[in-house]
Design a protein. Sequence first.
Length: 279
Amino acid sequence: MAEDVPISIVIPDTRQLLTGISRAFAGALVFSLPMMMTMEMWDLGFTIPEYRLALMLLLTLPLLVGLSRFGGFRETVQLSDDVADAMVGMGVAFVTALVVLWICGQITGDMSLRESLGKVAIQMIPGSIGALLAQNQLGGTAGREKRRMREPTYLGELFLMVVGALFLSLNIAPTDEVALISYAMSVSQQLLLMALSLLLMHGFVYMVEFHGTHQEEGTLTSIFLRFTVVGYALALVVSLLLLWVFERTDGTSLEEIFKMAVVLAFPGAIGAAVARLAL
């Protein structure tokens, strides 16, 4: 009987880990597939400067560590567990991108190592986020509700908004449409888009009673300023970072850069709001 106790503990943990990794592969595929099927991302994987891509990957790691606390693919207790999950998430994203891009003929034997690794590395960012979100979005209801008992702090709420803004903006930032839309818009249309972004961002979380709608303490004005306005500012910062990484700011005036950031912050604001509801 004494020997049976360790076995009953190890087997469920192993099964849970394997299930979590399987969900991580599913999440990496679902969340990164739109970008893996986009020609701009194939080209950027080869042309983007190495230091910019390396910076994005370095920033992705602490983001994944924090995300593991709220929506990783297994229950974690210590920081070391979250770091391990973040590394596993990046590994899962690497394998997923490598296999899909090779099957699609975008990685071949006659390509240079630099081009192949660049194409895979740029896909690791959305893929690793998807891998970490797999439990929260694809897992069972019990596990999802258990994670929601971990009420994030104010900084935690801002962190989740950054994750949501990054993920949704990342799908659009490499495309030429961002610049085309910004060129076509007048100043008044830019201001209206900013106002619409703030309205939708606030409404999604507090007004339309989606599942996960928040009830914050404080006045309406205080909540709007502390969460919605600050969250939109973070979406703008994320947009500027992505535009820089994808070389959209090179040789461009500050006015045009800001206009592109406002355009890109529109989906970023929606992503930030949805992240607060979903996680």
